[in-house]
Design a protein. Structure first.
Ligand SMILES: Cc1ncc(COP(=O)(O)O)c(C=O)c1O
Length: 365
């Protein structure tokens, strides 16, 4: 089940000791901890202990807050099986380290998140299309079922059930990546697939990048009992732990009584950006492309009516001051020709109108 590199992995004895040194009265000659008195005083901002080394799994209060949220979604994630990540991108790296050797069959959606492909490719994954019914049994199935990157698609309840059943039947580890679930503009099925994996192996991760601040680099991961400790060990060997300062800031935000209202306001804001974008697309791209209005997330996924490889348009678009992502890049092989990913969260109304006008002109010429 696991990659060869995991065979030699042992828990770090230093990390185990660091876990106990915060106990009252403990005298520590272990570890290389700076004297707490020497740490910078960010007066009134954070307690000095926040600037000391911390536990690999993350701050207990933040793990508990994430656990509450996940259990509310039906995911079997007690606090001791939640780990805070240095961005959810790190979760992809940890999972790939845990499972992927050169040549390991790894199932992904076609198209899928570009930077996940980059990580899996780095460890030598052999990609298999999740939609291919004849695909060989794979160790791992990586999916973004809710407001996917790049397509914005949201899997139905039936599709989620089917994938869970398939993973259970084939002994495939489900790896569900869910950074967009709170950016929801219209109702749709969003119950995690991980909530349907009773008794089998799964990894579920989320992020505070889209709902709070990407620069803090904060995400979280939860996993079934058979996987969690190994993920912790891999993180130990990767970065010891996630920034405690970032965790402190996010803990304050998510435990604030106004957090739910903040998510609602965010969804309202992006819903109106999505609608503005949809209208502008209809004006400029009505005869050039087809698309489905995304019910959440941050992207429109366009299928051009003509078979143009949009990678060839990028330089000219950038020269005219507009950037976009050619859709061809998002599949590990056999690029989906004639597709574009357009983000609608960043540009304002005027920029959206001008940018789409320029792109449409380019395509016409
Ligand atoms: C599907 C998906 N997973 C993971 C990430 C990484 O997010 P983070 O900022 O939490 O590392 C992204 C970022 O865009 C994403 O789209």
């Amino acid at each position: 089940m696991f990659s060869q590199r995991i065979e030699g992995l042992r828990p770090s004895p230093i990390r185990a000791i660091l876990d106990v040194i915060d106990r009252p009265g403990m005298i520590s000659f272990a570890g290389g901890l700076p004297a707490t008195d020497t740490l910078p005083q960010l007066s009134g901002v954070v307690p000095a202990s926040t600037l000391q080394y911390g536990p690999t799994e993350g701050e207990p209060e933040l793990r508990a807050a994430v656990s509450r949220q996940l259990r509310g979604l039906g995911v079997d994630a007690p606090p001791d099986r939640v780990m805070i990540l240095s961005g959810s991108q790190q979760g992809i790296d940890l999972a790939a380290k845990l499972f992927v050797d050169p040549g390991t069959p790894t199932a992904v959606e076609y198209p899928t998140y570009l930077a996940a492909l980059q990580v899996f490719r780095f460890y030598g994954a052999r990609f298999v299309d999740l939609a291919d019914p004849d695909s060989a049994r794979t160790a791992l199935a990586y999916v973004v079922p809710t407001f996917a990157n790049p397509t914005g698609a949201c899997a139905s309840d039936a599709e989620r059930d089917r994938l869970a059943a398939r993973c259970l039947r084939d002994g495939t580890v489900l790896f569900e990546d869910d950074p967009y679930r709170d950016l929801v503009y219209d109702t749709c099925d969003r119950t995690p697939i991980a909530a349907r994996m009773g008794g089998s192996s799964w990894i579920y991760q989320g992020s505070f990048s889209k709902t709070f601040a990407p620069g803090l680099r904060l995400g979280f991961i939860a996993a079934s009992d058979d996987l969690f400790d190994r993920l912790v060990m891999v993180k130990q060997a990767t970065d010891l732990h996630t920034s405690r300062l970032s965790q402190h800031i996010v803990l304050d935000a998510v435990t604030d009584p106004g957090w739910g209202a903040r998510l609602d306001r965010l969804a309202d804001f992006y819903r109106s950006r999505r609608d503005v974008f949809d209208d502008a697309l209809t004006r400029h791209f009505g005869d050039l492309a087809t698309w489905e209005t995304p019910r959440g997330g941050l992207f429109f996924w366009l299928h051009l009516t003509r078979n143009v490889d949009t990678r060839g348009l990028l330089d000219a678009a950038i020269e005219r001051g507009v950037a976009f992502m050619p859709g061809e890049e998002f599949s590990p092989d056999r690029p989906s020709i004639g597709t574009m990913r357009l983000n609608f969260s960043h540009a304002d109304t005027d920029q959206t109108d001008r940018g789409l006008g320029i792109l449409a002109d380019l395509l016409r010429s």
